[in-house]
Design a protein around this ligand. Sequence first.
Ligand code: NAI
Length: 342
Amino acid sequence: MSHNQHPLVVIPGDGIGPEVTDAALRVLEAADAPLAPEEHHAGLAAIDEVGEVLPDSTLNAIRNRGLALKGPCTTPVGKGFRSVNVQLRQKLELYAAIRPVRSLDGVKTRYGGVDLVVFRENTEGLYAGVENNIIPGVVTTMKVVTEKASMRIARAAFAYAKARNRKKVTVFHKANIMKVSDGLFLERVDKVHTEEFPEVPYETMIIDAGCMRLVQDPTNFDVLLMENFYGDIVSDLTAGLVGGLGVTPGANIGQDAAIFEAVHGSAPDIAGQNKANPLALIMSSVMLLNHLHETRGDTNAKASAERIKSAYNAALAEGDKTADLGGALSTSAFTDALIKRV
Ligand code: NAI
């Protein structure tokens, strides 16, 4: 790699994380990506090392570098640990989860021509971590909605739609029931639209009806904007429209840092078997390179992104696929097939 290199924190993660991260790094290197990776740990891997899921050293490395590629992390349930992902997103104020969901040639699904982008508020809502035992047998989880977070995710979604000439932004909500919390979210999104982006086509939809319409015909939608919990679920739903979790990448973007990771988790059922599809993390790496081009003007990053994208499009179209997509290739064989084309 001969260009200016951007330091990149790499968190391999747990379960299939190390396998898919290794694949992504191999592809990035083959595409001459201008990156200098340095490994840090989180999740189970960090508990083994230092007894906590998110060591300060990992958090500080991302703060300093501003850029990370992350494999999925497992947070042990019922042992008192807070989710690694929720902590990272809250502590680094990575307020926008951006998850593109697109049909791919060679991946057979119910619908063609799907082209969606989910914008999920990433720092509050039901994931704020405010849970209480009121009396034995009665618990509450608080849904936190603030003007500030609602407006910044709205701005991110409308600005994205405007810059890329997307056909509309649809907001999913449940303000008919949660009148105060979802009511505030919806009202602030409306305000940002009216005052700052009136030219972007915009509609609102109650989330249950929206989900029904999404699975009836996803081509009627484009950019989808919603709070944290709805975004978590709708991301997996939309992944299912284009071939599943093996092909849906994601970015967690804040003012000072960005973490790129697949939508999927650590998939313990197939971990360590060389079966996982590494494409979602490889696509996330392409998003990372495009982000470097957009925010730091690095044209070499853009060129590497184009090479990787062409390689996976060609591989899929020619039938080189992992088992989740109906193919016969292992994680490493699929990675080799991409590298050959890069
Ligand atoms: P999951 O996404 O790990 O798995 C769901 C299903 O999809 C499984 O059948 C799995 O084999 C399959 N799958 C997922 N990724 C795949 C890939 N790349 N290739 C082929 N098949 C794939 O979700 P699950 O089982 O709910 O969660 C497992 C663990 O992952 C949990 O501990 C959860 O907390 C964690 N998790 C972490 C995330 C992150 O670090 N960003 C996101 C989601 C879950």
